[in-house]
Design a protein around this ligand. Structure first.
Ligand SMILES: NC(=O)c1ccc[n+]([C@@H]2O[C@H](COP(=O)([O-])OP(=O)(O)OC[C@H]3O[C@@H](n4cnc5c(N)ncnc54)[C@H](OP(=O)(O)O)[C@@H]3O)[C@@H](O)[C@H]2O)c1
Length: 301
């Protein structure tokens, strides 16, 4: 199958592209820079140049492919409204391009805020509707197109898709620990984060492309919820730093924007995804990855 992948050069995207190529798919990746284009070409991926705001390029890429996997995201944490608007516009553009084709459209989503107080399940609808909501309400926007002949599938990622080389949330929390000289956890540290290894995530996406029915919500979740205190203890061990509770009122000041997420209980189940796809996570756990030194190097080192 010819698959158009946005975010093909990213953390999840590059591992996903490797899975797709290994499965015999032909891949075209969206690249916004010479460096990303060269990295994709080096592994035999065709390149479509374009930024997320270049909706004509995204539309043409979607129209020319037999399936689309959308993983690009601006991740501008200083301006989440702009990231969400770009996300929604890209999802709208891809959905319009695929309308009436029955072609698969797999799009990135998350588990934050789905079911406060209990683990999110695959049959829990996403409560985020409309442009003002998290991720621009893009999961529901894509699902609105199922009736218009798009084979939409949501990829709900755990808040940490971890592994050596990760520059995501856990790497940022480790950077805060280094900067502050302590590895902190919010309050009593009993709020939890779901987690999944990058290799398992990429495998789940490739299986989802092959097997998931329209409307499926796939949970890339290997561990349902790890207490943030355990995460902070592992980071403290790895960096040789003291471990401490950060009072709830001080979380934002101590952690900065990542505190908004680190204080949340972000738990999710994945039994239905495992059953549907025959997927079984095999990678190391988050704590094993931290203990193995995957988060000990400084960013860019
Ligand atoms: N990693 C996680 O733990 C996690 C958890 C939950 C949800 N997610 C979601 O999963 C998706 C993939 O995440 P990721 O961790 O792989 O992200 P990432 O490593 O930051 O990669 C982002 C990708 O998007 C591309 N990109 C960024 N801004 C762009 C722009 N303006 N125009 C075109 N392309 C642009 C990047 O291109 P360059 O390579 O050129 O920079 C890169 O390929 C995102 O939607 C993310 O929000 C990730």
């Amino acid at each position: 199958m010819h698959v158009f992948v946005t975010g093909a050069s990213g953390w999840i995207g590059s591992a996903t592209v490797d899975e797709l190529l290994a499965a015999g798919h032909e891949v075209t990746g969206l690249a916004r820079s010479d460096a990303s284009a060269a990295a994709l070409q080096a592994k035999g991926v065709q390149v479509r140049r374009g930024d997320l705001d270049d909706l004509a390029s995204i539309r043409d890429g979607a129209e020319a492919a037999e399936a689309v996997i959308h993983l690009a995201n601006k991740h501008d944490w200083s301006n989440p409204t702009a990231s969400s608007a770009a996300e929604r516009a890209a999802v709208q553009t891809i959905s319009d391009a695929l309308a009436g084709t029955s072609r698969p459209f797999l799009l990135a989503s998350g588990v934050a805020g789905l079911t406060p107080g209990r683990p999110a399940r695959e049959d829990d609808p996403n409560p985020h509707h409309g442009p003002e909501s998290p991720r621009g309400g893009s999961e529901n926007l894509a699902f609105e197109y199922i009736d218009r002949g798009v084979h939409s599938v949501a990829l709900r990622f755990a808040p940490t898709v971890h592994g050596a080389g990760d520059h995501g949330f856990i790497a940022i929390i480790a950077a805060v620990a280094r900067e502050k000289g302590v590895s902190g956890y919010p309050g009593d540290g009993t709020n939890r984060w779901a987690a999944v290894h990058r290799s398992d995530t990429a495998r789940m996406i490739a299986l989802g492309l092959a097997k998931a029915p329209a409307g499926a919500r796939l949970h890339a979740v290997a561990e349902e919820g790890i207490p943030t205190r355990d995460i902070a203890e592992a980071i403290g061990r790895a960096l040789g730093l003291p471990i401490t509770s950060i009072a709830p009122d001080d979380v934002q000041d101590h952690f900065g924007w990542i505190g908004t997420f680190f204080r949340m209980d972000l738990v999710a189940a994945s039994a239905m995804t495992r059953e549907l796809l025959g997927w079984a996570p095999m990678g190391p756990t988050l704590i094993e990855d931290i203990d193995a030194g995957g988060y000990s190097a400084r960013a860019g080192a």
